[in-house]
Design a protein around this ligand. Structure first.
Ligand SMILES: Nc1ncnc2c1ncn2[C@@H]1O[C@H](COP(=O)(O)OP(=O)(O)OP(=O)(O)O)[C@@H](O)[C@H]1O
Ligand SMILES: C[C@H](N)[C@H](N)CCCCCC(=O)O
Ligand SMILES: [Mg+2]
Length: 238
């Protein structure tokens, strides 16, 4: 076990709010007095900022949440330009993703920080290379897993399949978060209750749909205010 307060954040899919939840947990760990940082095994998709730097939205959010200035600390060993499945982006760069390099980068961070929040890429079984996936990586990291359920039609099946995949790797589900992607989801509360009845892991809270002024702009990270808003609605695992 790397640290009792480090976690691997996975989701029911890509674009379900893993970055929002990871950033919020980093803030909560820092509020609790820990030196906490974010880490992403592989980041796919970059944009050019106002001074033509190539940045990745997730890494910028994790950096903001961690209270780090630009270039202070690398939070990801593989930053790929294309916003596609990471193993495919890596293939087109002829740079296969290596789990050992990722785990070594994580261990280096754990020397400097008390707690590391690892944000996966996409869902739990997204491939890393021809032989390994993100689930294998979570297992190699030996971290408790937090599942972010993006509340939309289909999420019940995705959430329960993901729980089975996590448990089949003998990993602990430290808890799950319901992230309300849109207030327009019919029967939102009933869907959350359905999940509560079926996921045998602590429910860490429901994040409401972000108010308009806190929505993440395209090609930009979440604001610290958006992360604080999310943090107010979730609890750290016991
Ligand atoms: N609570 C919420 N309310 C409204 N919009 C949200 C909420 N959570 C996430 N979103 C929107 O959903 C999109 C995806 O969120 P986010 O980037 O956090 O997902 P992700 O799971 O980290 O995706 P990836 O697999 O690319 O890392 C963002 O554009 C964000 O604005
Ligand atoms: C680029 C994107 N935002 C994520 N980082 C990667 C999502 C990979 C999904 C692969 C899949 O399940 O089909
Ligand atoms: Mg993300």
């Amino acid at each position: 076990m790397i640290s009792a307060t480090s976690f691997f954040v996975t989701g029911t899919d890509t674009e379900v709010g893993k970055t929002l939840v990871s950033g919020a947990f980093i803030l909560k760990l820092r509020e609790a007095g820990l030196k906490a940082v974010g880490f992403k095994p592989v980041a796919a998709g970059t944009y050019l900022d106002s001074i033509d730097q190539r940045l990745n939205e997730d890494l910028e959010t994790l950096r903001i949440a961690s209270g780090l200035s630009p270039h202070e600390q690398s939070l990801c060993p593989y930053v790929l330009d294309e916003a596609v499945a990471p193993h495919l982006a890596a293939k087109s760069n002829e740079m296969p993703l290596d789990a050992t390099i990722i785990v070594d980068a994580l261990h280096a961070l754990t020397q400097k920080f008390d707690a590391v929040v690892v944000e996966g890429a996409g869902g739990f079984l997204v491939p890393l290379n021809d032989d390994e996936d993100l689930g294998d990586l979570a297992q190699a990291m030996d971290l408790p897993v937090i599942l972010v359920v993006g509340m939309r039609l289909g999420c019940i099946n995705h959430a329960l399949l993901t729980c089975e995949a996590i448990q089949s790797r003998q990993l602990t589900i430290a808890g799950w978060v319901a992230n309300t992607l849109s207030n327009e989801m019919p029967l939102l509360e009933e869907n959350i209750q359905t999940l509560k009845d079926r996921i045998f892991a602590p429910f860490l809270g429901a994040i409401p749909s972000l108010p308009a002024q806190l929505k993440k702009p395209e090609n930009a990270p979440y604001s610290i205010e958006a992360l604080r808003f999310a943090a107010e609605h979730i609890n750290l695992p016991e």
